[in-house]
Design a protein around this ligand. Structure first.
Ligand SMILES: C[S@@+](CC[C@H](N)C(=O)[O-])C[C@H]1O[C@@H](n2cnc3c(N)ncnc32)[C@H](O)[C@@H]1O
Length: 247
């Protein structure tokens, strides 16, 4: 499928700018009818996901701001649970099967991993792509590839090229004790839920292929049943379960 012909509803103030490097030139500008929609603001050349009721802050992927925050917090992979769960990050080839807003992938790349991220929701994918376009103007060597698609359908073609496979499924928010961040609520409303059983066969296949699989969980959530967790990295708000055969 061509990445550039997704039929995503885009709303814009007036027509798209002449010669815009934006790929939405082919998309239709539709009247507001869905609950969530993408909105292109030509004045700041930025795509946002907006709730039609207008009650929530628009969701954007701003990697420049993420970078600023990353520098401010002086985040180090030495103390980061995800980096540890991946078995280190420098030079690691990591496939993020559930890219979302690329927050986790962004950190991994900043710490020196080569990351490919797969996102199956076209609106979320478009937001990340928009963020990447602006980010690459400042950081052309950012080692990240963005893929649109269903990871469960295409992951097999990637197995040999990666060391570590990262999964952060979208689970029913009520299963969590603490309310998730606003961004996650927004995302959850748009993309819907994942079920453990959807990921299980591919995790088993990856383990058989001697790959490392890292799964993000809520601290109180059960681990995947039917496969043995080898390592657990647990924090207050999140837990990472690591699966592998015998690394
Ligand atoms: C919990 S969010 C991931 C958040 C992400 N770790 C971050 O840092 O922003 C889950 C995301 O995975 C996507 N997703 C779920 N199942 C998928 C699949 N089979 N293939 C690709 N993406 C998937 C959802 O659309 C959603 O955007």
């Amino acid at each position: 499928m061509s990445q550039y012909s997704l039929n995503i509803p885009i709303y814009s103030q007036g027509s798209l700018p002449e010669g815009s490097r934006f790929f939405y030139a082919e998309s239709r500008i539709l009247p507001a009818r869905e609950e969530y929609y993408l909105y292109y603001d030509a004045s700041v050349d930025q795509l946002a996901m907006v709730k039609a009721s207008g009650q929530e802050k628009p969701l954007v992927v701003d990697l420049v701001a993420s970078h600023r925050e990353w520098l401010r917090q002086k985040l180090s992979p030495k103390y980061d649970l995800l980096a540890k769960a991946c078995g280190g990050v420098q030079g690691k080839r990591i496939l993020d099967l559930t890219l979302g807003l690329a927050t986790d992938s962004f950190k991994l790349v900043m710490w020196g991993a080569q990351v490919t991220g797969i996102e199956k929701n076209p609106m979320v994918w478009a937001l990340v792509r928009d963020g990447l376009i602006r980010w690459r103007q400042t950081q052309p060597s950012f080692d990240f590839e963005l893929v649109y698609g269903d990871a469960l359908a295409i992951v097999e073609t990637y197995i040999k090229d990666f060391d570590c496979f990262y999964i952060d499924p979208m689970f029913h928010l009520e299963k969590r004790t603490a309310l998730p961040k606003k961004k996650m609520q927004f995302l959850s409303a748009v993309v819907g839920e994942n079920r453990d059983e959807d990921f299980l066969p591919i995790i088993k296949k990856l383990i058989d292929s001697k790959k490392r699989v890292v799964v993000k969980r809520h601290p109180e959530a059960e681990s995947f049943s039917g496969i043995q967790v080898k390592n657990v990295y647990e924090g207050k708000a999140v837990r990472f379960d690591v699966y592998h055969s015998s690394l």
